[in-house]
Write a protein that binds this ligand. Structure first.
Ligand code: 13P
Length: 255
């Protein structure tokens, strides 16, 4: 197991927060704080914020991501956004299959797979989210579920395309709750994800894939979580809305 084989990536997921003007202001505040990052830095922002965010991040080491992508190239899909729209706007990353989309917007393992394929086919890096609910954990299904969700999401993704995939293990019970997984639980969950990738692509390939942890990661717990061998970065919700807190997490990933 060699962490140096993969990129450390810290990504913020702003969810439904910040107007375009607020986005520009927050990114301007963050830029100097993360300028010497020892990891890749990404901010995934609401669609409407993308132009302002791309402009504000220009010339910095912050890449801008979206929070969703549709799997069709164009057509009668009211309210959806295509890969071409995102790439033309300067987006480099996209969150796919976040548990909030699975829970509130009918996202399924099939649509997560289709969206993942749309992203990588367009040259975007997909940050694919997997994670168990508390009930599933208590029933003892964590490993089964994480492996299933990972394999479903990666169906028909080639080994070459896998270079543009990050998997984020986000236990649903740890998202926005202030209840963080222990570093051991995060490492174990990320390990199940890596094992699923190994079963599909072989162990050598699995060693190169960035697997993030997400769920109440913050300035106080980031270093311990990121110190684990299977935790290659973080997908950060609440703490990515505060420049100081986010920069502390970025620094922890570079250690
Ligand atoms: P919190 O960091 O607010 O728990 O959110 C995690 C998350 O869902 C990131 O995608």
């Amino acid at each position: 197991m060699n962490k140096n084989l993969r990129k450390a990536v810290i990504a913020g997921n702003w969810k439904m927060n910040k107007t375009p003007a607020e986005a520009a202001a927050l990114i301007s505040e963050m830029k100097p704080l993360v300028a010497d990052a020892g990891c890749d830095v990404v901010l995934c922002v609401p669609f409407i914020d993308i132009p302002a965010a791309v402009e504000a991040a220009k010339g910095s080491n912050i890449a801008i991501g979206a929070e969703n992508i549709h799997f069709k190239a164009s057509g009668a899909y009211t309210g959806e956004i295509s890969a071409d729209m995102l790439t033309e706007a300067g987006v480099k990353y996209v969150v796919v299959g976040h548990s909030e989309r699975r829970q509130y917007f009918g996202e399924t393992d099939q649509t997560v797979n289709l969206r993942t394929l749309a992203a990588v086919n367009a040259g975007l890096t997909a940050i694919v989210c997997v994670g168990e609910t508390l009930e599933q954990r208590e029933l003892g299904y964590t490993e089964t579920l994480l492996k299933f969700q990972t394999k479903m999401a990666l169906t028909n993704v080639s080994a070459d395309q896998l270079k543009n995939i990050i998997i984020a293990y986000e236990p649903v019970w740890a998202i926005g709750t202030g209840v963080t997984a222990t570093a051991e639980q995060a490492d174990e969950g990320n390990g199940y994800v890596r094992a699923a990738i190994a079963e599909m692509y072989g162990a050598d390939v699995a060693e190169t894939v960035t697997v993030q942890y997400g769920g109440s990661m913050n300035a106080g717990n980031a270093e311990e979580l990121l110190g684990k061998v299977n935790v290659d970065g973080g997908l950060i919700g609440g703490a990515s809305l505060k420049a100081q807190d986010f920069s502390v997490i970025v620094k922890a990933a570079g250690k």
